[in-house]
Write a protein that binds this ligand. Structure first.
Ligand code: SF4
Length: 389
């Protein structure tokens, strides 16, 4: 068991084991923590060939892309896209029949499984009282990898520890139902160590790497520690209007969607990732759907507050809010500000219509039409209507 304080420590430990044992081929099942520490590039750098064995991960690996979604990494691709990709990269693919495409991936991966010396998996849960690792997959790829390789290495975050074996009776079905709508996932495996002397299958060596990488700090934050309860089911991504519009790659992070926007500033720094808290309409759909009841949209607001308190927001926003506050303190002020804002908006539209290089709305109007400006303000219309009655 190895506790890695950060990504660098985890990478160093894992590549160290692989180098010391002369590993050339690694099979890997889906692990967002491996994405978080950028494990595959680190292994490739020392000449190790890494095969993603989850079908979705295998597809995005062939495209040299990061996963698009926590649970379904290739959901942005159509059957035709995948057929074209397999035709270019794999042998014996003709047409886009899903069964044939799966068979082609299986043929390619079987060769990898049989030549693999080391298998790397994630862990859905670590069960404290049983001292076991709980892994759930729909393809049986993690199980095949760990049984055919001499070394099995589990890489996971420290937040995955649950106290009792009985907890899986709730957590496994909850994860399956919230993640893919299944009552339970196809393969549910508990692993407690390497192959025992009387056993025929299993690895000779077994390692568990626990990654902290900012999680302990989050645990110390009483207000936001519940974010660590996430079981990575992906349900909050599926209902998020922002994720559904911009897609997973736009976030530029390992964890996408609402949970990614909440978590990433804690793991990778508020300075660089505070903007993600604004990738939300705060509709609360993510909070409603979360099976472990994380108040996601409240945490997005907490992150926004933290960004403001840390002076991370631009000066224009600070001045804007000061002016808005001043205006909201009296109706005359508000009327004055409305008139000024309307005049400013008209001026901006004129600059745009005349094609001036200084058009301040060009970033917006490049891809969409600007809405019409009404002739009169709401206050003006209200007064006129009231006078006419
Ligand atoms: S935050 Fe909740 S809904 Fe989102 S992935 Fe985690 S457990 Fe699932």
């Amino acid at each position: 068991m190895f506790w890695a304080e950060n990504a660098e420590e985890a990478r160093r430990y894992i590549t160290g084991i692989a180098e010391a044992r002369g590993v050339h081929v690694v099979t890997k099942s889906k692990s967002m923590v491996a994405e978080e520490i950028q494990l595959t590039p680190a292994m490739e750098k020392i000449g190790i060939k890494v095969f993603e064995t989850d079908l979705g991960e295998f597809i995005v690996q062939l495209r040299h892309e990061p996963p698009y979604h926590l649970v379904t990494p290739a959901m942005h691709l159509t059957r035709t896209d995948i057929a074209a990709l397999f035709k270019e990269k794999l042998e014996g693919v003709d047409g886009d029949d899903p069964e044939q495409l799966v068979a082609a991936a299986r043929r390619a991966l079987r060769r990898a499984f049989f030549s693999s010396e080391m298998s790397i998996t994630g862990a859905n849960f670590l069960v404290a009282d049983a001292g076991m690792v709980a892994i759930t997959t729909n393809e049986g790829n993690a199980e095949l990898g760990m049984n055919l390789s001499k070394i099995h290495l589990v890489l996971t975050g420290i937040e995955k520890i649950v106290p009792h074996l009985d907890d899986l009776a709730i957590l496994w079905p909850v994860l399956a139902t919230a993640g893919t709508g299944q009552p339970v996932t196809c393969y549910n495996t508990l692993v407690g160590g390497p192959r025992a002397p009387h056993e025929t299958d299993g690895p000779d060596e077994f390692h568990v790497v626990l990654l902290d990488n900012g999680r302990s700090e989050l645990l110390a934050d009483v207000e936001q520690r519940e974010v660590l309860n996430c079981i990575r089911c992906g349900a909050c991504l599926n209902v998020c209007p922002i994720f559904r519009t911009v897609g997973g790659h736009t976030y530029g992070t390992t964890y996408q969607g609402p949970i990614g926007s909440v978590l990433t500033p804690h793991l990778r720094g508020l300075h660089e990732f505070q903007h993600l808290s604004y990738a939300s309409s705060l509709c609360g759909a993510c909070t409603d759907v979360c099976p472990v009841k994380i108040g996601l949209h409240h945490h997005l607001l907490h992150n926004r507050r933290n960004a403001v308190s840390a002076g991370e927001r631009p000066w224009s926003e600070r001045i804007g809010f000061k002016v808005w506050r001043w205006a909201m303190m009296g109706s005359r002020r508000f009327a004055l500000l409305s008139r000024l804002a309307l005049s400013a908006l008209r001026l901006m539209y004129r600059c745009g219509a005349e094609g001036t290089r200084l058009d301040p709305l060009r970033a917006w109007t490049k891809a969409r039409a600007a809405p019409d400006i009404p002739k009169h303000s709401f206050r003006h219309m209200w007064r006129r209507e009231s006078a006419e009655k």
